[in-house]
Design a protein around this ligand. Structure first.
Ligand SMILES: Nc1nc2c(ncn2[C@@H]2O[C@H](COP(=O)(O)OP(=O)(O)O)[C@@H](O)[C@H]2O)c(=O)[nH]1
Ligand SMILES: [Mg+2]
Ligand SMILES: [Zn+2]
Length: 295
């Protein structure tokens, strides 16, 4: 089936990227009746194509089932989240990062870590990359000022939908600019900016890079680590995957029980010790929340 992708939605009108062109579309009335609101990232079937003075128009006939969605930014069918941290400043909040990584895993969205501003201190950048090498799909060291590592990032984002996330000031927008510069050189200066929100200061912007779409999100509050039970947390740590059956206790929480598989993982260095300390912190927090819920 042939479908387009919604890249922008303002005031009930949707811009749909379809076969290399952008169509301005209205959804069929049935969606409102069914209380379904089209979202950026939605794959849609179009009909009633027309060419008007305002450009290409069409009607959204169908919205294909979403494989996932984020609330902030409101995007559907996210293929990966690129978590950007800076080597030195702003100081990385690794506890928050670990919570976000677990939440992304729970949602079954591939997670990457980009350590930007490698020029601030390359040793520190490399040690951060080391912390996450077994935690995510890929770790990339970049410097948006010199453009290093950007090609690797470009290869990753030139397919599917990628969301850039991370604290303000880590260099998300700078990296996107690098990606666009590279792409412009390759495609002969086509404007790649698909959307610029004007309605809020907390807007997200969507760009096309190769065959992919990249969303530069302004914040880091993609989702809360809600609904995660403490016993479930281990599922969202790739370092523990396939190993927890080795623990002495079937219900091991991996927070200090004897005979726990973590001991060996820490010794081998395949589970970073700092990340493990944060695992215990997050576990305790979730445990606390669970207790309060049933009070
Ligand atoms: N030294 C250095 N500065 C950078 C790098 N990337 C971005 N910056 C600077 O960091 C500041 C914040 O960058 P910006 O892209 O706006 O961050 P955002 O808030 O995550 O979008 C700007 O002054 C950039 O010039 C980098 O790799 N190295
Ligand atoms: Mg920015
Ligand atoms: Zn254990």
């Amino acid at each position: 089936m042939e479908y387009g992708t919604i890249i922008k939605g303002v005031g009930g009108l949707y811009s749909v990227y379809y076969q290399g062109d952008v169509y301005t579309c209205k959804p069929r009335g049935k969606f409102r009746k069914d209380q379904i609101k089209p979202m950026i990232g939605d794959n849609v079937v179009l009909g009633d194509f027309a060419e008007t003075a305002d450009g290409y128009t069409a009607v959204i006939d169908e919205i294909l089932e979403r494989k996932n969605s984020l609330i902030r930014p409101a995007v559907a069918n996210v293929d990966r989240i690129i978590f950007v941290i800076a080597a030195v400043a702003p100081m990385p909040d690794l506890l928050l990062l670990d919570k976000m990584l677990a939440a992304a895993n729970k949602k079954n969205i591939s997670a990457l870590v980009v350590v930007n501003k490698a020029d601030q201190d390359d040793k520190v950048a490399e040690s951060l990359a080391d912390v996450y090498k077994n935690s995510v799909t890929k770790v990339i060291l970049t410097c948006a000022v010199e453009g290093s590592g950007v090609e690797t990032l470009e290869n990753v984002v030139s397919q599917g939908i990628s969301v850039m996330a991370g604290q303000s000031g880590v260099g998300k927008s700078s990296l996107v600019n690098c990606l666009l510069k590279n792409d412009k050189m390759a495609t002969g200066g086509l404007t790649k900016k698909l959307d610029r929100g004007r309605h809020t200061t907390r807007h997200s912007e969507m760009f096309s890079v190769g065959d992919g779409l990249v969303i530069d999100s302004p914040g880091f509050s993609l989702f809360e680590l809600t609904d995660v039970l403490p016993t479930e947390l281990q599922l969202y740590y790739p370092e523990l995957s396939g190993r927890v059956s080795e623990c002495r206790f079937m219900d091991c929480s991996h927070t200090g029980e004897p005979g726990c598989c973590v001991t060996e993982l820490l010794e081998k260095g395949s589970f970073d010790s700092g990340r493990y300390e944060r695992y215990k912190t997050i576990y305790k927090d979730l445990k606390e929340k669970e207790k309060n819920k049933y009070k």
